[in-house]
Design a protein around this ligand. Structure first.
Ligand code: 5GW
Ligand code: MN
Length: 279
């Protein structure tokens, strides 16, 4: 059989698939999940002005994200009343988890791991099989479904998927627990989308939380906060599935090169000054 995507890398050196359009048969995957009745937990944070993204996030998720499967969205917010009332399909539900309004934006980044850890302990591990943790300032544009399910799933950061290893923006200071030396590293994964089996994600978030807190004690903040820690974790714990940047695109990159055949989930252009003001 001819390889369908000779233009891109479709398997990692540790034999995990890298999911690109054309590498899987949606009909076969759909068929094999026909009787799958498990729940896919999905966490999203909408704190301060980021509640404005929830409506589009949830509405487009209903159209494109895990359609036909059971999804439990956990919306972490400081303003439960601002969570829009979006009608969800059967088998899908939203739970709101209240979090404080953080005083510095870095705190959101630092504490997301902590809040996800606690939610896994209190509920998610009793309520779901899989867990995906995603950014909210995003919209789904096309299919994101069962092809992404796996034990530990990382997504290639769209800004650096074509970069050479030593140009990845890993944390390079030895004092940080996110440290990755030059010459090491497989890919540069995104902080805005990771997931897998609940217990595998639990290991990731507890490790990242511990490392974020250790860094705080020595007053070092990794270059890209939790994204740096996710990268360190995935270097030591190889993902069993890697998603192409189709799954986490950034509009600012335009339509991408010829290898980007479809954009599935993409950042909404934001007025940084306005949404990030006073936090
Ligand atoms: C506020 C100021 C600076 C950076 C982030 C925030 C922020 C992030 C916020 O005020 N409220 C909030 O809910 N977040 C959550 O963190 C959102 O889920 C958001 O998608 C995620 C990551 O922050 P982003 O999307 O601004 O970061 P980038 O790196 O994707 O631009
Ligand atoms: Mn984002």
């Amino acid at each position: 059989m001819e390889p369908k995507r000779p233009d891109v890398l479709t398997i990692t050196p540790w034999l995990a698939p890298i999911v690109w359009e054309g590498t899987f048969d949606m009909a076969i995957i759909k068929e094999s999940f026909k009787f799958y009745n498990g729940i896919i937990a999905t966490t999203v944070f909408a704190v301060a002005k980021y509640t404005r993204y929830l409506q589009d996030f949830l509405e487009t998720a209903e159209k494109h994200y895990m359609v036909g499967l059971n999804v439990h969205f956990y919306v972490f917010t400081d303003q439960p009343a601002a969570v829009p009332n979006v009608t969800l399909a059967a088998g899908r539900q939203i739970s709101i988890i209240k979090v404080p309004k953080f005083s510095r934006w870095q705190e959101i980044s630092m504490r997301r791991m902590e809040f996800i850890q606690v939610a896994i302990e209190e509920r998610i591990r009793h309520e779901a099989d899989y867990l995906f943790c995603v950014d909210v300032d995003m919209k789904f544009h096309s299919h994101v479904g069962a092809e992404i399910l796996g034990k530990l799933v990382g997504v290639l950061n769209p800004w650096l998927h074509q970069s050479a290893r030593d140009n990845f923006s890993y944390e390079r200071r030895l004092i940080s627990k996110a440290y990755i030396p030059y010459g090491q590293g497989d890919y540069y994964y995104a902080g805005g989308f990771f997931g897998g089996h609940v217990e595998d994600v639990y290991k990731l978030v507890t490790t990242c939380r511990k490392n974020l807190e250790a860094d705080k004690l020595v007053e070092v903040e990794a270059k890209w906060q939790e994204e740096s820690h996710v990268n360190r974790y995935m270097l030591l714990n190889k993902p069993t599935k890697v998603l192409s940047p189709e799954y986490l695109w950034d509009e600012e990159l335009g339509s991408g090169g010829s290898e980007i055949k479809i954009i599935r989930y993409a950042t909404v252009r934001k007025n940084m000054k306005e949404v990030r003001e006073n936090i």
